[in-house]
Write a protein that binds this ligand. Structure first.
Ligand code: SF4
Ligand code: SF4
Length: 466
């Protein structure tokens, strides 16, 4: 008869042990001790074995929830090259294949009259989004309200979370499952989401944030302001974070750019921000639907909870320093590709412009009117309107700067757009042109008259210096 002691003794792979202690409880002879030394790769406290009294019962192996933690001594060993990773997940290629998204043609329809926030909601639905999370905040709530009404009938889900922090983490879960997710929020709410956005960027999880900006800082007010340009372009939480920032200036663009945001978000596995302002969210305009809607696919990397994707891991945790550095280098390379491919701008009468107005969102509409007035006075004015604030569309701007005598930045903030312009040109090594600005803030937008007067003043100042 075989002796019990001849049964294989357990083997512990410390790099996969979470230190949960279940094996300690399971071991009657007391062969397993709580760990006291932090494992350098996992930052956890793995148990230690003292097998002198071990009878090979295998109860510790049974108790261990980690497939590679405590294993029977006769179990196949891990391959020698397997790189230990936190939480017991060996690196593997996804087993599932990408299920690509499909485009389904839409019939030609008459234009709709939609307010900006509703146009963004329609754009999201046409892009295949059926999961919306949010916490109400003026002036973005209309978009969420429409989604709450429409989604149940479309087989979707709207969840009013307990806070913006909960919202962004629900988006992390949904995006991690490979499903298009979005939220509507406004400046103070967006600030609360930043930590979660950093986690989504770190874990390369897609998701769309429609931020209808209002006056700040703090609670500010509910008037329109371009108050989050800096935050969206350069402050998306901690670490090496960047996301495409789209800047619509009409209800039509609220639809089109929200629709586009989902495509970009999945193409680059990264959140995308649609930055609107309070007026734009509330303003009604004619909106045409796109020629096709999107039936989303399922990416191979997703974790939707089925067997085919079981070995995938979505995580922003890289405890080993070389791993985290390599991850940041990968992100840098991704940002470089985005910056090269995704710059967008709209040019109005720029072909011969000697005075170039730079404006986006609602101020761009007043700036366009100012260009017409100035042209009527014989001033060769043009409007350069960035539709992406990150990446800033320097490629389209650079050729215009040779002719422009003056560049006038028009904005509803104390210089956040101008800072983006300066930074983008400085990074390119392009000399800064003579800059002037017309600014309002606190919920006030620059008027057409103020812009015209600002341009006249800038031209007079230039002549005085010449
Ligand atoms: S095999 Fe049994 S006796 Fe040996 S360490 Fe595990 S639980 Fe303890
Ligand atoms: S070996 Fe398994 S059961 Fe024991 S502490 Fe580690 S993870 Fe928990």
């Amino acid at each position: 008869m075989a002796a019990v002691a001849e049964r294989p003794r357990p083997v512990l792979h410390q790099e996969y042990c979470k230190g949960c202690g279940r094996c300690i409880e399971a071991c009657t002879p007391g062969c397993i001790e709580a760990g006291t030394a932090i494992h350098p790769l996992t930052g956890l406290l793995p148990v230690t074995l003292h097998l002198e009294s071990c009878n090979g019962c295998g109860l510790c192996v049974e108790a261990c929830p980690e497939p590679y933690g405590m294993v029977a001594g006769d179990a196949p060993r891990l391959s020698p090259g397997a790189s230990p990773r936190p939480f017991g997940r060996p690196p593997r290629e996804p087993a599932a294949a990408d299920e690509p998204a499909e485009r389904v043609a839409l019939p030609e329809t008459r234009p709709l009259m939609l307010k900006g926030a509703h146009a963004a909601a329609v754009g999201a639905l046409l892009a295949g989004c059926r999961h919306v999370y949010g916490y109400p905040i003026t002036p973005s709530t209309d978009g969420a309200e429409l989604m709450a009404r429409l989604l149940p009938g479309l087989g979707g889900t709207f969840v009013q979370a307990v806070s913006e922090v909960a919202t962004v983490n629900m988006m992390y879960g949904c995006g991690g499952a490979g499903r298009p997710a979005m939220t509507f929020t406004s400046s103070p709410g967006f600030s609360l989401m930043l930590e979660g956005i950093s986690f989504m960027i770190g874990a390369e999880v897609p998701g769309v944030f429609v931020n209808v900006m209002r006056g700040g800082p703090g609670l500010g007010n509910i008037g329109p302001e371009q108050s989050d340009v800096k935050l969206a372009c350069h402050g998306l939480g901690h670490g090496h974070t960047q996301a495409v920032v789209l800047a619509p200036s009409t209800p039509q663009e609220m639809l089109d750019l929200t629709f586009l945001a989902f495509e970009l978000s999945f193409r680059y596995r990264n959140p995308v921000v649609v930055l609107a302002d309070g007026y734009l969210g509330q303003m009604t305009g004619r909106v045409r639907l796109p020629p096709a809607l999107v039936r989303p696919g399922l990416p191979a990397w997703a974790v939707p909870g089925d067997a085919a994707h079981r070995q995938n891991l979505i995580c922003s945790f890289h405890l080993a320093e070389p791993d985290l550095e390599a991850h940041n280098h990968r992100l840098t390379e991704k940002y470089r590709r985005i910056a090269a491919a995704e710059q967008r701008a709209d040019l109005y009468r720029c072909e011969d412009a000697e005075v170039l107005l730079v404006a986006c969102h609602m101020p761009a509409r007043m700036a366009k009117g100012a260009v017409r007035v100035l042209r009527g006075e014989g001033v060769a004015a043009g409007l350069f309107r960035p539709q992406t604030l990150w990446p800033f569309p320097v490629d389209a701007l650079r050729p215009l700067l040779g002719r422009a005598r003056r560049v006038v930045v028009v904005e509803a903030s104390e210089g956040q757009l101008e800072d983006e312009l300066r930074l983008a040109l400085a990074r390119e090594g392009t000399a800064l042109p003579a800059l002037a600005h017309v600014r309002r803030c606190g919920g006030m937008l620059p008027s057409q008259r103020e812009i015209v007067e600002g341009v006249r003043a800038a031209l007079r100042a230039g002549e005085a210096r010449a």
